[in-house]
Design a protein. Sequence first.
Length: 344
Amino acid sequence: MSRTTTVQIDSLIRQAATEQRCVIGTTRPVQRGLQRMCRQGLMVSPYINLYCPTEPWQTMNGCERHLHILRALQLTHDWTAAGESAVEAHGLPHPWSMHEGLITIASAHTSSNPYGGKRYGTRRDMPATALPVRNSRQPLRRIFVRDDEPVVVNGVRATSLPRTVVDAVMLGTFESSMEIINHVLAHGLTESELRTYCAGRRFDHARIESVLTYANPLAENGGESLVYATIIRAGFAIPELQCEFENFDHPKYPLRVDFLWRTDDGMIALEYDGLRKYQDPTMTRHALQENITRQAARDQILLAQHVTKIVHCFAEDVYQPERLIAKLEQAGVPRLPQPRALPF
């Protein structure tokens, strides 16, 4: 590799790092130099002609990597991020598994397949035609988009927020959809705006209507939304969210319960505690005891105010919903004779 090429590559790496994107191979000598660095383990190539130094790439999570690819592609293609990629650009909460390793873009064509080969399967109620990119290591999904004004967000040109939410619901699960819609409702987008956007557009509205029927922006984070969605899918009674109770120790700071059911026998509280902090192997014995003591004191305050049962659930219970369901059944949370009919 010549001195001139080395200088060019160093400059491209610095500029890409500043712009939080992948490096683009601008010329054949630069491409060959970057490919040589990949063989040496100094660079990675996550997409055709896109590169990133290995060390920072390994420290990024999946969302950061996706955005690095998108920002670079914006410089080389006249693409608008759509679907899962637009979800990423807008910074909406979502499970990484939702991506399926795809870059997703808007397309003006409803069903053309110019690249040939195998189509990626889509259900009939999905507004998507997924097409592979010829010779690409990073398959591309094309979603037919019409009458939408793109926006630039996080350095990426993407579909509008209402369109992005609609696509996320059509491509996702009930649980991931609840997580996204609760988030956008809590941050300014209204149910009326979503319904107005959907009006007149040709897709099955049953999915988004089912989520809007139960959506509650009081869910404070993605984990709580996933718990809430699990409760609904399993047919339990709809709980109240973020109910306040008096805090005897600090009266100015009332206690808030994540989920609450009022029954004839008393009140049942469900607290989402995220990761199982009481079993964290990195936690010191003193810190562990403090957590346990603090939680026990909080529970006693709630029990003194007619809360008869307190259920604690963790992220593990969300990933294995049968565990959460068993806890709610054991606590006596009211449940419908049959699960709710959801179009997911």
